[in-house]
Design a protein around this ligand. Structure first.
Ligand code: GLN
Length: 489
């Protein structure tokens, strides 16, 4: 196994003890990228020189007896909708193809302060709108388990980079499932934190009331390790919570006591693949055997979640994306007749079809005359959805259910059918609408040899418990049971 595919837990221990140098770890990641990214296409940019220089600098500091950060030498990849000072941040859009931000996102600062080494930026659906990574203006990322299949999206590049053992951990963003669904499709662990747990400063906005940044890693430990660094207060994001960050790493191996698990009735019915359902049953059964109390829970408004999300998210997107006018940022049409024409041509030429679809949906829902009927109504239903979860968490500590109705679909399969793609977000968007944390853990392999993840959702700020419960399952079903992508063998 390449060093970059070593479980975060082990790699971290070797880096900390000095058994492994930062340079060796980063070199291994760069080599794996060189070998496999031609096929996988997870990266839109690889920071080869800078990564090696940083790694050497960390090794030098350590050799001189100076302090190093908690993630010293850990190679990580970051989604290309996170601003990186002076380095291309494209959001996989022609609009920002040459955009070099004048500042770093909060999470980039945190990673660097912890001495993690960023090895590159990963592909996504344009502006994070999508579930397949096919809506990138630049490239289609492939699923390392089967290159004919999608890695999921929109953080498909980050998930595929971890699954293909190019990096042990990566950072993504999740507005309606974009960390958890690709984690499920690629057989890695992915966590969407509570809304406000991680600062969104420097995350290119898609839907600001739903967006949240979080980790993907090859084990639960890796997610704990990254979250501990990413989380915490930042005054530059007014929605960022000012509450202490627990020591996720220290507690991750402690089995949660008297865990009460709720199985969401509405998530186990029609439309869910049998193999996905049995993966959920497996996890629930294992947690029960390990001492958890299991009961059935109902989220009566869950069936309105997709409709609600596809009003709220596009509405916010249409407003957030108004800033791309050809004047302030990025792309500008070359020929135009007047200001209006400049706006129209710039946006017409530089946005892809999915982004345009969202802008039109959102503009419509927000327009005078429709605002009350669509946007305001959606906000009310959003509240009802949140109340369902509040009620469920009076009885149970975590909800267990599927991440997506199926394992990874084939590339191209969904492209002509956006509605089916939207409907497949049914199990993930509830957590975003309600602001709750959710984690996807690998749980099974499909008969076609594709990974299937299972989701745990908890009340606000219950990341510590989610990680511990996920770890309990992981111990029971170590990643090696799932095997490794042929590509990596
Ligand atoms: N698939 C969802 C969408 O297309 C979620 C995307 C995301 O979480 N960024 O909007």
């Amino acid at each position: 196994m390449s060093l970059a595919g070593m479980p975060c837990r082990e790699l971290h221990a070797k880096l900390r003890s000095g058994e492994l140098s930062s340079r060796e770890a980063v070199q291994a990641a760069l080599e794996a990228i060189g070998q496999r990214d031609g096929t996988v296409q997870a990266f839109v940019d690889v920071w080869e020189n800078e990564a090696l220089l940083r790694a050497e600098e960390i090794d030098r500091r350590r050799a001189a007896g100076q302090p190093v950060g908690a993630l010293a030498g850990l190679p990580v990849a970051v989604k290309d909708n996170l601003c990186t000072y002076g380095r291309r941040t494209s959001c996989a859009s022609r609009m920002l193809e040459n955009f070099r931000p004048p500042y770093d996102a909060h999470v980039i600062e945190r990673l660097q302060a912890a001495d993690a080494v960023i090895v590159g930026k990963t592909n996504l659906d344009e502006f994070a709108m999508g579930s397949s990574s096919e809506h990138s203006a630049f490239q289609v990322t492939r699923n390392p388990w089967n290159p004919e299949h999608s890695p999921g999206g929109s953080s498909g590049g980050s998930a595929a980079a971890v699954a293909a053992e190019m990096v042990p951990a990566a950072v993504g963003s999740d507005t309606g499932g974009s960390i958890r669904q690709p984690a499920s499709f690629c057989g890695v662990v992915g966590l969407k934190p509570t809304y406000g747990r991680v600062s969104r400063y420097g995350l290119v906005a898609f839907a600001s009331s739903l967006d949240q940044i979080g980790p993907l890693a090859n084990d639960v430990y890796g997610c704990a390790m990254l979250l501990e660094v990413l989380a915490g207060h930042d005054p530059r994001d007014a929605t960022c919570l000012n509450v202490p960050v627990p020591e996720y790493v220290r507690s991750v191996d402690e089995a949660p006591e008297r865990l009460r698990v709720g199985v969401v009735e509405e998530f186990m019915g029609e439309g869910v693949d049998d193999e996905v359902r049995s993966a959920v049953d497996r996890v629930v059964g294992a947690l029960r055997d390990l001492g958890a109390v299991v009961e059935s829970v109902s989220l009566p408004h869950a069936r309105y979640a997709v409709a609600t999300y596809y009003i709220v998210a596009p509405s916010e997107a249409s407003s957030n994306l108004a800033r791309y006018d050809g004047i302030h940022y990025g792309y500008r049409a070359e020929a135009f007749e007047n200001l209006e024409d400049l706006y129209a041509r710039t946006r017409g030429e530089a946005f892809g079809s999915e982004v345009k679809r969202r802008i039109m949906l959102g503009t419509y829902a927000l327009s005078a005359g429709y605002y009350d009927a669509y946007y305001l109504k959606a906000l009310k239903v959003r509240r009802l959805i949140r109340q369902d979860y509040d009620r469920a968490f009076e009885r149970v500590d975590v909800l267990v259910g599927p991440v997506a109705p199926t394992p990874a679909f084939r590339l191209g399969e969904m492209l002509e059918d956006p509605l089916t793609m939207y409907l497949a977000d049914v199990f993930t968007i509830g957590a975003n609408l309600a602001g709750l944390p959710g984690i996807s853990v690998p749980a099974a392999m499909s008969s076609q040899g594709l990974p299937i993840g299972v989701q745990l959702i908890g009340p606000p700020l219950s990341e510590e418990r989610l990680l511990r419960a996920a770890r309990l399952w992981e111990r029971h079903c170590p990643r090696t049971v799932l095997g490794r992508p042929a590509l990596c063998q």
